[in-house]
Design a protein around this ligand. Sequence first.
Ligand code: ZN
Length: 219
Amino acid sequence: MSSDREQRVSAGDGAIASWSRELLLRLDWKRYQDLVRVLVTKAGYRAAVLGIGSGGMGLMALSWGRGGSRSEALLCCAAWDRPAVDGQQVRAFHHEVAERGFPCGTMFTPGRFQAAALEFRGDYPLELIGGDEFLEVVGRLPREESHHLLKLTTSGAYDVPTCPTCSVKTELREVPAGPGGGGRQVRDGAVRPLWVCQNYPGCGVTLARRGAPGDGGTP
Ligand SMILES: [Zn+2]
């Protein structure tokens, strides 16, 4: 799954040297949302965070133009634990766009969209932007700007996901599998550590580590 464009992230001294697909997949979805917000703002749009939509998607309202020619779109950053967005998730986003009265929507994921997701989009006014396209946009930034954004994006606990329900950071824990336990039983029967909400068991949100075996895999 590696290509020339995907340089490995060197974590030697803790500093991330360059943008890569691997880095995007490790980012907290909320950090990814912040990154999207910075980039669309740079491009001249206004972006306002709306909170969390159905199924735990981070939502933003995008607007541009003035007065009578003002336009809007709903933006969503996938807060899911799978590296590939499926058709059901795009369907849920489409529903969210219509329900909130937006004429169109754009969904961002640091990973990929499955064939079923692209198929569902069909003729709907939905734009789907995956990690590779996102990296192309970042790659067009002036070098200094790109470097500054990278430093900002990778500061602190950038790779610890935020609970989409409680907006607090999760913790990596081994939790018992099965009903109420939240642990994910994978094919070989083993239970692997999950990102668990700090409010567990009050909040049952758990997220698999992206790229870890048994997290749904890469398409
Ligand atoms: Zn929570």
